[in-house]
Design a protein around this ligand. Structure first.
Ligand SMILES: Cc1cc2nc3c(=O)[nH]c(=O)nc-3n(C[C@H](O)[C@H](O)[C@H](O)COP(=O)(O)OP(=O)(O)OC[C@H]3O[C@@H](n4cnc5c(N)ncnc54)[C@H](O)[C@@H]3O)c2cc1C
Length: 399
């Protein structure tokens, strides 16, 4: 819709009246639900086919270290793997509970498009939802407590992304801490502190996306000796918790919270539990992606962190504006950045902001997995004209 509404004329498509376009949120949500339900059905079918699996649905709670109650059933388990995931961290803004708010869960189920939305949280969830709802037509205000959005990503990526969001009409406020919330005349409000001033923001809906915590309430962990470290379960690098017969994986353990991390953890936990192996997890190379437009993807160390770890580094940069393919598809914003240790020539990190960053990152992921240098990326023949040539150019510049 963004492409048709804002850029049809640029691609020579005539007859599109941007003001006549409208967006049907329930239809989009129904389509999304259909995709999710289809994927779930496939997984349930596979579970069902495996005769060694008994699949129960319901809320699970330990009643002893080896007994788990699921609604009316009690099952006995010598060993357990917890894969309970995470949820939005508890709200710390006075008045917000009473004023009412939604989280990412409700934001994907709304039946009507809100006219206005305040999003609290400038991390990847806040930023993805900000762009999505702004493009649907909601007036979005994004509040982040850090000096920049996406504070864990490279500095210049935050800046480019913030400029792009601002250009799309999103009101981005960084270094802005929500201190009070309430509701007046059908509008929710947030009072936030920016430096020494207080600012009042108003909107129909507040989306709270400021942090995650392990989903452990009602699990009965106090019965079994599983300790919590900060907001997450304490597990060692073999995924064993502080209880000798309980392992845990994925978001519940904190660290990189992505589906691909949880699916990486799964077989390791299973082998350690069932075959009594001592496999260790290795999170040295875990890619991450933020599905904004342009997308952002990264792996390994950033420039600041590499220097903090006392690496002498060389940084290779290539911009999408120099790519023929990026020009052809009209997506020239962004860059590829590859960070290399000067002494060993090993790639320490890769960062991409630009079209299909989420896919392009895998060239760097594979190289890093093998403790590789930029040489194979820089020297191998890449198809022309493709966006992967920009990765090659950055690899050349990093040697
Ligand atoms: C808005 C948003 C967008 C995201 N986008 C991406 C993305 O694009 N790519 C990506 O890789 N990751 C993304 N993630 C992260 C990804 O969803 C998680 O990393 C992943 O789901 C973690 O898997 P998990 O198995 O650890 O937990 P989950 O997928 O959360 O699964 C945990 C399951 O355990 C169940 N459960 C919990 N407690 C109990 C109990 N007591 N009894 C019974 N069942 C229980 C829960 O209901 C849930 O079904 C996103 C997350 C959010 C919030």
């Amino acid at each position: 819709m963004h492409l048709v509404r804002d850029r049809a004329a640029e691609f020579g498509v005539r007859g599109v009246d941007p003001s006549a376009l409208s967006f049907d949120l329930p239809t989009a949500i129904t389509r999304k639900d259909g995709i999710v339900d289809g994927i779930k059905a496939g997984i349930f079918k596979a579970l069902d086919r495996n005769k060694n699996i008994t699949f129960l649905t319901g809320h699970a709670e330990f009643t002893s270290p080896v007994d788990i109650r699921v609604d009316n059933h009690t099952i006995r388990a010598e060993k357990t793997i917890l894969a309970v995931g995470s949820r939005t961290a508890p709200v710390k803004i006075p008045g917000l509970e009473k004023a009412g708010y939604i989280t990412n869960n409700e934001a994907l189920k709304l039946e009507t498009l809100p006219q206005s939305m305040i999003i609290v949280g400038g991390g990847y969830i806040g930023v993805e939802f900000a762009q999505m709802y702004a493009r649907f037509g909601t007036s979005v205000t994004l509040l982040g407590r850090s000096p920049r959005i996406m504070p864990k990503e490279e500095h210049e990526f935050s800046e480019i992304l913030a400029d792009l969001l601002l250009a799309e009409g999103i009101k981005v406020h960084t270094s802005t801490v929500a201190i009070q919330a309430g509701r007046e005349n059908d509008l929710a409000f947030i009072i936030a502190r920016h430096e020494s001033t207080e600012i009042r923001f108003e909107a129909e809906v507040i989306l709270y996306a400021a942090g995650r915590t392990a989903r452990v309430e009602g699990l009965g962990l106090e019965q079994v000796g599983v300790e919590i470290h900060g907001s997450f379960l304490k597990a060692d690098n073999r995924l064993r918790t502080t209880a000798p017969n309980i392992w845990s994986l994925g978001d519940a353990n904190g660290g990189p919270m992505f589906t691909h991390r949880a699916t990486y953890d799964g077989p390791i936990a299973a082998l350690n539990v069932v075959k009594e192996l001592e496999r260790e997890v290795d999170y040295r190379v875990v890619p991450r992606a933020i599905f904004t437009e342009p997308a952002l993807a990264s792996v390994g160390l950033g420039e600041e962190e590499a220097r903090r770890q006392e690496h002498d580094i060389k940084v290779g940069i290539a911009k999408f504006s120099g790519s023929g393919r990026a020009k052809a598809i009209g997506d020239t914003e962004g860059l590829v950045k590859i960070i290399v240790d000067v002494e060993t020539q090993e790639i320490l990190g890769g960062h991409i902001l630009g079209p299909h960053a989420d896919m392009l990152i895998h060239q760097i992921v594979s190289a890093m997995y093998e403790h590789g240098t930029p040489e194979p990326i820089a020297k191998s023949i890449h198809v022309h004209p493709t966006l992967s040539e920009v990765v090659k150019k950055a690899a050349k510049a990093a040697r």
